[in-house]
Every structure is written in structure tokens, then in C-alpha cells.
Write a protein that binds this ligand. Structure first.
Ligand SMILES: [Fe+2]
Ligand SMILES: [Fe+2]
Length: 249
């Protein structure tokens, strides 16, 4: 599609129509707001820390691992508690990656749509690049689904790490799926996702090797290599965007 979007053009349009009034300097009530903030504060920092400490101290875990999905898997885990525990760590990490890759596929779907509607910028992502990464994220999801099934686990289970990963990534989903954010602003968020993803794939490969799942580790390494390319692409796109915004090119 022909380039019709200029980085930052959405911001310029909004700023032209609506003034940003978030700073104290823009408010005629600044002094009253500052005074009110002082009045509204009750309790000391020590009280606040004690309150938070009590909450953390008494809190239950975020979640627990599901029971083995089959009798044979349960029997294997029962034979050795230590092995069962290690396998659970791997399953938790695999489930987290599965959830992330599924979410990542949807995020790239949204980037493709924004690309279609707004176009890109010089050095920005092409439609083909976005489509390829979307397909790779989806294939990673499918690989992880198969891996979990081969380990007798339920790939639909939300494990503790999958739950936490979903919450951590929810801000990225909000930025990218916000209809107001431009393609460039959304790519800023995808860079964060790819950074997290790269670290997680590295850990997953290492863990699989350490636990003796050599064949699985080899498959995961293929995904890890593709993820490194995703990260490099996002960095390159953003470098060209910032240069264009700053008028350097
Ligand atoms: Fe990914
Ligand atoms: Fe990726």
C-alpha cells in the first residue's frame, strides 16, 4: 500500500484539535491542587509500608500448577517428587510462552491492520515483514501446544507463569489495540514484547537442555533464532521512525 502515514501525524492532528491540559502549569487550580494533596495524605510512610507488608505476608500464591492431564503422567510424577517438580517448572514456562505467542499473533494482526489503514514510513515495517512475523508467532504457539501435549499436559491450562505473563503484557495489548495509537507508537510497544520474548525463549531453551529434553530444546532453538530476527526488525523500524520524526532523514 502507498505510504500515506507520516510518523507522528496522528499526534499532530489531535494536538491541533485538543489542547493537552495535563500539566500543573496548564491548570488555573494548580495551587489548590497542591494544597489539597497535602491535606489528603494521612498516615506516615512507615504505616504504608506496614500495610503493604501485611498484605504481601498473608497473600496466597498467584496460582498453582494443574494436576497431570493423564494417569500415566500422574504415575510418572508420583515415582519421583523431584522429577515431578522439575517437570512442573518446565511445563509452567512452556505454558507461559504458549500464552505469549498466542497473544503476540493477535498483536501482529493489529499491526497489519494499522499498516493497511495508515501505511508505513521509510525504513518502517513492510506488510510482508509483518505477515511473516505474525505467521512465525502462530507457528511457535502451535509448536508449544504440541510440546505440552507430548509431555501429557493440558495446553489450555492457565499456569501461574502464564497468568502473570498475561497481566504483565496487558499494557502492551492496550497500547497496540488502542484505535488512537499510530503504527509507529504500536511498534514501540511491540519492541517491549520482543525484548521480553527473546529473554524468555533463551531461558526456555536452557531449561529444556538442563532437564534432558534435548529434542525439544532443538525445536525451541529454531523459534529462538526467529525471535532474534523479530527483535532486530523492531529495533530497525523504530530507529528509522525516530530519525524521520526528528527530521534527520
Ligand atoms: Fe514470540
Ligand atoms: Fe516475536
Amino acid at each position: 500500500m502507498a505510504t500515506k502515514h507520516k510518523p507522528g501525524s496522528a499526534d499532530t492532528r489531535v494536538v491541533g484539535e485538543l489542547y493537552n491540559r495535563t500539566g500543573l502549569r496548564a491548570s488555573p487550580h494548580a495551587q489548590a491542587m497542591l494544597e489539597n494533596a497535602q491535606i489528603a495524605v494521612s498516615g506516615s510512610p512507615a504505616d504504608f509500608l506496614a500495610f503493604r507488608s501485611a498484605l504481601i505476608d498473608q497473600a496466597p500464591p498467584v496460582g498453582t500448577m494443574p494436576r497431570p492431564a493423564s494417569l500415566s503422567a500422574a504415575a510418572k510424577q508420583a515415582m519421583s517428587a523431584a522429577t515431578g517438580e522439575k517437570t512442573n517448572v518446565l511445563l509452567d514456562q512452556l505454558a507461559e510462552r504458549l500464552a505469549f505467542e498466542r497473544g503476540g499473533t493477535r498483536l501482529y494482526e493489529t499491526l497489519i491492520l494499522k499498516h493497511e489503514l495508515h501505511g508505513s514510513w521509510s525504513g518502517g515495517p513492510t506488510r510482508e515483514e509483518l505477515l511473516q512475523i505474525r505467521d512465525e508467532e502462530a507457528s511457535h504457539f502451535l509448536l508449544l501446544e504440541r510440546a505440552l501435549q507430548q509431555l501429557d499436559a493440558d495446553p489450555t491450562a492457565v499456569t501461574p507463569c502464564a497468568d502473570l505473563g498475561g497481566v504483565a503484557a496487558s499494557g502492551l495489548v492496550q497500547v497496540i489495540c488502542d484505535p488512537r495509537s499510530s503504527l509507529g507508537e504500536s511498534i514501540e510497544a511491540i519492541l517491549t514484547a520482543e525484548l521480553v520474548d527473546n529473554g524468555a525463549w533463551e531461558r526456555l531453551v536452557e531449561l529444556s537442555e538442563e532437564l534432558g529434553y534435548g529434542e525439544l530444546a532443538e525445536q525451541l532453538r529454531g523459534c529462538e533464532r526467529q525471535e532474534k530476527v523479530h527483535l532486530e526488525s523492531a529495533r530497525r523500524w523504530l530507529t528509522s521512525r525516530v530519525q524521520e520524526l526528528a527530521g534527520a532523514v
